[in-house]
Structures are given as C-alpha cells and as structure tokens.
Design a protein around this ligand. Structure first.
Ligand SMILES: Cc1cc2nc3c(=O)[nH]c(=O)nc-3n(C[C@H](O)[C@H](O)[C@H](O)COP(=O)(O)OP(=O)(O)OC[C@H]3O[C@@H](n4cnc5c(N)ncnc54)[C@H](O)[C@@H]3O)c2cc1C
Length: 351
C-alpha cells in the first residue's frame, strides 16, 4: 500500500494535519494507540489574553484568524457543534489588579479583547470582592467531541489503525519510508508527550506538565461565562461546569490523583460558595516546551521523518496554524517560522 503520509497520533496536532491533507487530496494513514489523553481531557478554551499577566498570547490574532474558520468548517463537515463562544470574566483580586487591567486595555495588541469597563454586577454563588474584567473573543472547542468525531470519520474511511506505532520497524528506502506493508513519502509524528518514546525526536526539549480537571454539578450556580481566577470554571450547560486546571511537572502519568482534586477543590471554594458535587475527574500531560514555542519540522538527518508537537497549553489556538505551515513547508517549500522550526535544536537532534 502506498500513501503520501503516515501520521502517528490523532490528538489536536494529528487532526489538524490530517485535515490539511484531506483538503489537499493527499493520501494518508493514521496510527493511534490511546496512550495519551491531552486532547481528550483539555478544557478546550481559546483566549487571546494571558490573564495572569494581562499580556497578549503569542501571535493570538493570527492564530485565531486561522483557528476559528478551521473549527467552523469542521462543524459544517460533520454537522456537529464544537465551538461554544462566551465571555471570560476575570475575577480581580485587588484594586491594583483593576488598575493593571485598565493599563492593559490600552495596549494595541489587547485593545480588541479587553473591555476597559469593570463588571460590578454580582452573580449568585460567585465570590468576587473587586469586580470582574471581561475578555471578548473567547470560547471553547469541545476537543473530546471533535477528536472522537474525527477518529470515527477516519475509521469509516479506513484511514486509521488503532494500534501502537513501533518506531524501530521503520525501514528507510531511497525516496520513501516503509512501515509494515505501507510505503509513505513522509511520517509525521504528532505524539504529544508520547514523543518521549520516539528515538528520532526524544531529545527535543519538552517540559511537559500534567494537568487535572474536575467536572462539577452545582445546581445553584447559573452562569454562562467562563469564570477565571486562579482556576477556570467553564459552563457546560445544565449547571455542570469543568473546573481546572492544575500544573504538575513531576508526575508523568495521565491518572487523576487525590492531590490534584484537593488542589482544585481548595481553589474552587475561594471563588464559589454554593453546594456542588464532583461528577468526574480527568488528567493528561500537556506537551509544553522549554521556551514555549511549538516543535515543528523535518529531522536534520532522517529527512522523511517530521514532527508536529509542543502545542503546550494552547493546542486549540495553535494547531491549525502550525499544521498549515508544516504542510506548506513539506509540499510547497515554504519556510517555517523560525520560532517553531526544530532546526533551532539541531545540535540536540544530531547528538
Ligand atoms: C488538563 C488539561 C487542560 C488543558 N486545557 C486546554 C485548554 O483549555 N485550551 C487549550 O488550547 N489547550 C488545553 N490543553 C492543552 C492541549 O490539550 C494540548 O495542547 C493538545 O491537546 C496537544 O495535542 P497533541 O495532538 O499535540 O497531543 P495529544 O493530545 O497528546 O495527542 C497525541 C496522540 O498521539 C498518540 N500517540 C502517541 N504515541 C503514539 C504511538 N507510538 N503510536 C500511536 N499513537 C501514539 C496518543 O495516544 C495521542 O492520542 C490542556 C491540557 C490538559 C492536560
């Protein structure tokens, strides 16, 4: 069997690259072994503002301009809703916090997103002594629904195998690579934290961070915006909310933990004061990178092997842009943005 591409991993990165191939009539086969959960458990939030520091997210405007139409097109393709738009309300901790907000609202890269007027309303069950600041153009992609829908679609097209890709089985030929009976022009590895088991790319500097979330039912909490304090409370409808997320740099498992739950509960009870019940807890490893830029490009020695990784905490916004750039690089010879090109780690990759 001959294909243009093998894709390893069908999270947000693999999905965005696969869709690029579909759009361009390229043939491909995906391998997916369910070893990682990041795209399935993600909050899925997109927000162009870093609310810890009131600074813009890297290339936010450009990324949103690609990402929002991308998800809209997938909604049309599958006749399913994935994108839920809402306002994000930042809970201020102090007067100083409010002043920093006013200052930030004037910055050219934030002016479209930050509403300078304070929201002084009160919302039943929400604790906020210093009011709220509204962020516009935010929302959430239901990444679990999207990834599952896409995997089903690929399955119906016989374009996905639910099995582990074994790197040592790759055979290098003159102009192609072979894996079992499949001959491909390129293999694109979209493995998330799984890249640590990839002998060709495992020297790339991931600084992965485990994250945990809980889902709660709070019958007296009735908000339709995302509440952001030291954690987020994200409305799913019917008084159900996703609450997250933790950051843990030592635990490398995707198992929910008591420690994670305790941290979330302690933070949650500083921002809501109504009864609630935890109905689910999930966890995953974010493929975050030292330097906070994605890891994209062709291996300097094995030119048929390609990586698309390092989406970090913002896979929803970043994936469609970097997948497109990678495709144009591979098929049309376009330069990759230097900030994302793995060539910046050439010494590590050749070591
Ligand atoms: C708790 C939490 C909350 C988050 N919240 C947000 C958020 O609100 N907004 C946002 O934008 N991002 C969020 N993220 C980050 C987001 O999840 C990631 O940026 C994104 O999902 C990474 O996608 P990926 O495809 O690179 O990796 P993954 O989702 O990890 O996908 C990699 C896939 O490759 C498969 N795989 C790996 N190795 C192999 C192999 N050898 N053979 C076959 N298959 C293999 C894995 O099973 C997996 O399905 C969150 C992450 C976590 C953990």
């Amino acid at each position: 069997m001959k294909v243009d591409y093998i894709i390893v991993g069908l999270g947000l990165a693999g999905l965005a690259f696969a869709e690029e191939l579909v759009e361009n009539n390229k043939s491909f086969i995906v391998f997916e072994d369910s070893s990682q959960t990041s795209s399935l458990v993600a909050g899925g939030v997109y927000n162009p503002v870093i609310l810890k520091r009131f600074t813009p997210v890297w290339n936010a405007k450009e990324q949103l301009a690609v990402a929002l139409p991308f998800y809209k097109q997938l909604e049309a393709k599958f006749n399913t809703k994935f994108d839920q738009k809402f306002t994000t309300k930042k809970v201020f901790k102090s007067i100083e916090d409010q002043n920093n907000w006013f200052e930030a609202s004037d910055k050219p890269k934030l002016v479209d997103y930050i509403d300078p007027n304070l929201d002084t309303k009160s919302y039943n069950g929400v604790l906020a002594d210093f009011s709220f600041g509204n962020v516009k153009e935010t929302g959430r992609i239901d990444t679990k629904k999207l990834v599952e829908t896409y995997r089903n679609y690929l399955e119906s097209e016989n374009a996905i195998r639910f099995e582990k890709f074994e790197h040592q089985q790759i055979k290098f030929q003159e102009n192609t690579v072979k894996y079992e009976e499949i001959e491909a022009n390129n293999i694109v590895f979209c493995e998330g934290f799984g890249v640590t088991e990839n002998p060709f790319f495992n020297k790339l500097p991931l600084n992965e961070a485990k994250g945990e979330l809980i889902t709660i039912h709070a019958p007296e909490l009735d908000i339709d915006f995302l509440l952001k304090s030291t954690l987020f409370v994200l409305p799913l409808g019917d008084n159900i909310y996703k609450v997250g997320a933790t950051f843990n740099w030592t635990d490398k498992t995707s198992n929910p933990s008591e420690e994670g739950k305790k941290e979330l509960v302690e933070k949650l009870e500083k921002v809501i004061n109504v009864p609630y019940k935890i109905i689910e807890q999930t966890a995953g490893i974010r493929p975050t990178v030292a330097g906070r830029r994605p890891l994209v490009g062709v291996h300097p020695t094995y030119k048929k092997l390609v990586v698309l990784n390092g989406l970090g905490t913002r896979g929803v916004m970043i994936a469609p842009t970097v997948a497109k750039q990678l495709y144009n690089h591979l098929e049309n010879g376009a330069d990759l943005d230097q900030e994302i090109d793995i060539i910046r780690f050439i010494k590590k990759l050749k070591a």
